[in-house]
Design a protein around this ligand. Structure first.
Ligand SMILES: [Zn+2]
Length: 266
């Protein structure tokens, strides 16, 4: 669930409101991966293209060779950068050609634009990335990680356009895209997921409730976004059958003792 407006505070905001080349929201999908592209053109070409209703294309961001970062679409919304169409069990690219995506994260029949964030990059696939472009891209990936709780794994949560469209985009982002260096540089520092877990435990402890986030009740409550625990786990009985319960800020969660996979909420 988005907790912010999805706009990067250090990006230059260029909303493509004239074109409508995006969809508001993500149709209930969560972000599963960041997709890197090479734009095959200068930075100045992206906004006019994405803001042109005839082009039917957009990305969330472009990173320029001097380290510029432009944002066109909130990461809470769906940009049109790596769409595939589902056609009776096969994926087709925008030209209607059948493709065999390498990415294992695809959800059958659901357009991957709805669960990805796309970053374009200035220049051509045969050119090496400039250092300012590399560093700006890295900073942007770190911001996205904090917003989404993604953990970056090459080929899983950090991928290229060619992982979708093997026919028309084999060189997007191309061999000069420094994936390995990015993954290495992204290893340092706490992730957004680590920070969220630490904040929950610290917040619960502050309220006087020790939180074991590996318990069945806590896992269920955390996965259901029920806020923070307001009580310890406690036992109660229904018709002499023992239950375990816990008060969370948005509901009481409970489970029949021993039936740990079947937690319910009020
Ligand atoms: Zn691309």
């Amino acid at each position: 669930m988005p907790t912010s407006n999805g706009l990067c505070p250090f990006a230059t905001q260029k909303p493509i409101t004239d074109s409508g080349n995006f969809e508001v929201g993500r149709n209930g999908q969560r972000v599963k991966a960041v997709v890197l592209h090479i734009g095959e053109g200068p930075l100045t070409a992206f906004f006019p293209t994405f803001n042109n209703p005839a082009r039917k294309a957009s990305a969330h961001f472009t990173v320029g060779k001097q380290g510029e970062i432009e944002q066109y679409v909130s990461i809470n919304d769906t940009a049109w950068a790596n769409g595939l169409k589902w056609d009776n069990g096969v994926w087709r690219n925008p030209r209607g050609i059948e493709v065999t995506p390498k990415w294992g994260g695809l959800i059958p029949a659901v357009n991957p634009n709805q669960y990805t964030i796309s970053i374009e990059h200035e220049g051509f696939f045969g050119e090496p990335w400039t250092e300012p472009m590399y560093l700006a891209n890295l900073k942007l990936l770190q911001w996205i990680r904090n917003e989404t709780e993604l953990e970056y794994v090459r080929g899983e949560t950090l991928i290229g356009h060619n992982d979708f469209d093997t026919v028309d985009r084999p060189n997007c982002p191309g061999p000069n895209c420094p994936f390995d260096r990015m993954i290495a540089d992204l290893q340092t520092g706490p992730s957004g997921r680590d920070a969220r877990r630490a904040a929950l435990i610290a917040g619960a402890n502050r309220m006087g409730v020790p939180l074991n986030d590996q318990s069945a009740l806590a896992k269920f409550a955390l996965g259901s976004n029920l806020g923070i625990p307001l009580s310890d786990e406690f036992q109660f009985q229904v018709d002499n059958v023992p239950y375990l319960g816990q008060v969370w800020s948005l509901a009481v969660v409970y489970v029949k003792m021993g039936d740990w996979g079947n937690v319910k909420r009020t």
